[in-house]
Design a protein around this ligand. Structure first.
Ligand code: HEM
Length: 282
């Protein structure tokens, strides 16, 4: 019997397209020329390439997560729960993927990083438009965070609009009121620039949903999908904070913050506070 690995060679099938002088190729469609030539290390250090690519890849995933979240918000507003659940599941998987990427970055030792850290100047993920858009969509509003984008009017305006608009949770609360839950009216017409503050009327509504899941199954499932988002997002925040601690200890950040201490504070921020609180209530 002949061994399948004997030749270790795959013949090109005659039907395979090889001439792309006049046709759109894979690289053309994906703009790979631009993307794969967008890495410009500022030092001669080997590890700076990892540092650049992990940030660029993360930014692409954040862009997709924002795109999916915006769709989820539109679907929920129109009470199209099936399509909303589909895109929310995708957002969760994107965050799992992003969290996994910290394991690659953890192969960068403190000594490796210090060799090129000075080249970064004041630049920091703190200035990530993609990340901040997602935080705003999820309801972690803080207008002063927009200021770091004052040199880019498009980013500045988009973040301002997202800050003014209802978050995903504001939309969900509106749907609950529409479905007859006794929601405090001023929550429905509040200044959306302000962070959402938990309210008993929302807590009681969720307790009702969880205690009578059969009657309110769509909202029950939605609540668990929201928990999936928060869970996967918090995992990202935690792994970022821990990886930063592993690489720079308690040094200040290039963006000017206290570093790990500042990042730790974000771990206490919940996008859907009553959904956590109801677990104690049940
Ligand atoms: C060696 C690797 C990294 C270090 C040492 C680091 C360090 C820090 C520090 C200290 C901050 C706080 C702000 C500041 O003062 O700079 C920060 C914020 C941030 N970083 Fe990183 N980071 C690293 C990698 C990454 C990567 C790969 C991403 C992916 C996009 C990222 C995204 C962010 C974001 C979004 C924030 C803002 C977080 C918030 O507002 O709570 N970081 N980083």
């Amino acid at each position: 019997m002949s061994c399948p690995h004997q030749n270790n060679f795959r013949e090109l099938e005659s039907s395979i397209h090889t001439d792309f002088k006049e046709e759109m190729s894979y690289g053309d469609y994906l703009n790979l020329e631009e993307i794969l030539n967008a890495q410009h290390p500022l030092s001669k250090e080997h590890d700076e390439m990892l540092f650049i690519i992990i940030h660029q890849a993360s930014e692409l995933w954040l862009k997709l997560a924002g795109h999916e979240l915006a769709a989820a918000m539109r679907f929920i507003e129109n009470e199209q729960f099936g399509p909303a659940f589909k895109v929310i599941s995708r957002v969760k998987q994107i965050f799992i993927q992003l969290t996994q990427s910290w394991n690659i970055l953890s192969t960068l030792t403190p000594v490796d990083y210090l060799k090129f850290r000075d080249a970064l100047g004041k630049s920091s993920g703190f200035q990530s438009f993609g990340y901040r858009s997602i935080e705003f969509m999820l309801g972690n509003k803080n207008k002063s965070l927009i200021e770091v984008h004052n040199s880019n009017s498009q980013a500045y305006d988009t973040l301002t609009n997202l800050s003014n608009a209802p978050s995903l949770y504001d939309i969900v609360i509106k749907i609950m009121a529409k479905r007859g839950f006794d929601i405090e009216p001023r929550l429905l017409d509040r200044d959306f620039n302000q962070p959402y503050e938990r309210h008993d009327s929302v807590l009681n509504a969720w307790v009702e949903v969880y205690n009578h899941a059969d009657t309110h199954f769509e909202l029950y499932e939605l609540a668990e999908k929201l928990m999936d988002i928060e869970d996967s997002f918090q995992n990202w925040r935690f792994k970022h904070m821990y990886t930063v601690q592993r690489i720079i200890g308690n040094k200040v950040g290039t963006g000017g913050s206290s570093g790990v201490e500042f990042l730790k504070k974000a771990l206490d921020i919940s996008f859907f506070p009553e959904l956590l609180e109801l677990r104690t209530k049940l």
